[in-house]
Design a protein around this ligand. Structure first.
Ligand code: AKG
Length: 265
C-alpha cells in the first residue's frame, strides 16, 4: 500500500452534445497528463465529459453501457500504467441514462463504479437522468477512497457515510456553474474539514446550455488547506498527496471517536 499519490486533474471545456469531439479531446488530454514529469499516479476527469449538459437529447448521445469510455480509458490505463477516475459520463442503460463514474487501475481493470445519487433539479437533471442507488468505498493503490458527483457535495450525510466506511480521499467530478463559486469552495472545504479527509475536485470551464462553468478545481487536505486550485481556464492541475496526514489529523482531533450518533441519527 502506498500513502503518496500524485494526482492530475483534467479541467476542460466540454462541447455539449458532441461526444466525438469530446472523446478526441479527452484522448489528447489523457496523453498530456500522463506525459507530465513527474508522472501522476492518478488522472481525474470532470462530470459528463462525453456529452456535457445536452440533456434534452441525452438518450441519443449517452454511451451505451459505457462501452466506448471503458475501451478508451481501460486501454489507456494499461498502456500508461496509470489509474484514471474517468470523471463521469452520460451512460445509457436500457432506456435510462445515468451520470456514472468508472474508476480503472494501472492494469486497466475497472475497480469501481458510481452513479450520481442526487439529481440537480435546478438544471432539470431529474427530468432526463436516472439517479444512482448505491455509494461505496473502493481501494485506490491500497488506500480507501470514494467518489461523489457535483450536487452530491451539498449532502454532508453522504460524505460522512463514506468517511465512516473508511474513505481517506474523496473525489468530486463536477460541472458546477457561476454564480455559486463561494458555495463550491466552501462546501468542498467543509467536507474535507468535517470528515478529516482529502478532497480532490475536477470542475469544467466554458459556456454551455446557458450556463457558464468556472473551473476552480481544487485539492484540499484534511485540515481544509487548499493545496492546489485552478483558475477559470483549461488546465491540468497537479498535486502531491500524502494520505498518512488523514490518520494524523484524526488522531489530533478525534471527531470520529467523539460522535454521538444515538442523539442525531
Ligand atoms: O449545487 C449546485 O449549485 C450545482 C450542482 C450542479 O451543477 C450539478 O450537480 O450538476
Amino acid at each position: 500500500m502506498t500513502t503518496r499519490l500524485r494526482v492530475a486533474i483534467v479541467q476542460m471545456n466540454i462541447e455539449a452534445g458532441s461526444p466525438d469531439a469530446n472523446f478526441a479531446k479527452m484522448e489528447a488530454k489523457l496523453l498530456e497528463a500522463a506525459a507530465l514529469d513527474p508522472k501522476p499516479d492518478l488522472i481525474v476527469l470532470p462530470e459528463m465529459w462525453n456529452t456535457g449538459y445536452a440533456l434534452t437529447e441525452i438518450g441519443k448521445l449517452a454511451d451505451p453501457d459505457g462501452t466506448r469510455t471503458k475501451q478508451l480509458v481501460s486501454e489507456f490505463c494499461r498502456s500508461h500504467s496509470v489509474n484514471v477516475l474517468a470523471g463521469s459520463i452520460a451512460q445509457l442503460r436500457g432506456d435510462q441514462v445515468t451520470n456514472t463514474i468508472h474508476v480503472f487501475d494501472r492494469t486497466g481493470a475497472e475497480i469501481s463504479e458510481y452513479s450520481k445519487i442526487h439529481l440537480f433539479q435546478l438544471m432539470n437533471e431529474h427530468l432526463h437522468l436516472q439517479a444512482g442507488e448505491a455509494a461505496g468505498v473502493f481501494q485506490l493503490e491500497g488506500s480507501p477512497a470514494a467518489a461523489m458527483i457535483c450536487y452530491d457535495i451539498r449532502f454532508p450525510e453522504l460524505a460522512r457515510k463514506l468517511a465512516l466506511g473508511g474513505a481517506k480521499i474523496l473525489f468530486v467530478p463536477a460541472e458546477w456553474p457561476h454564480p455559486r463559486l463561494h458555495h463550491w469552495r466552501t462546501l468542498l472545504q467543509a467536507r474535507a474539514i468535517e470528515n478529516q479527509m482529502f478532497v480532490v475536485s475536477c470542475n469544467t470551464v466554458g459556456e454551455s446550455g446557458g450556463s457558464s462553468f468556472f473551473g476552480h478545481s481544487m485539492v484540499i487536505d484534511p485540515w481544509g488547506e487548499v493545496l492546489a486550485e485552478a483558475e477559470e481556464k483549461e488546465t491540468i492541475l497537479t498535486a502531491d498527496i500524502d494520505l498518512s496526514l488523514v490518520d494524523e489529523v484524526r488522531g489530533r482531533i478525534p471527531v470520529f471517536a467523539d460522535r454521538r450518533p444515538s442523539l442525531y441519527e
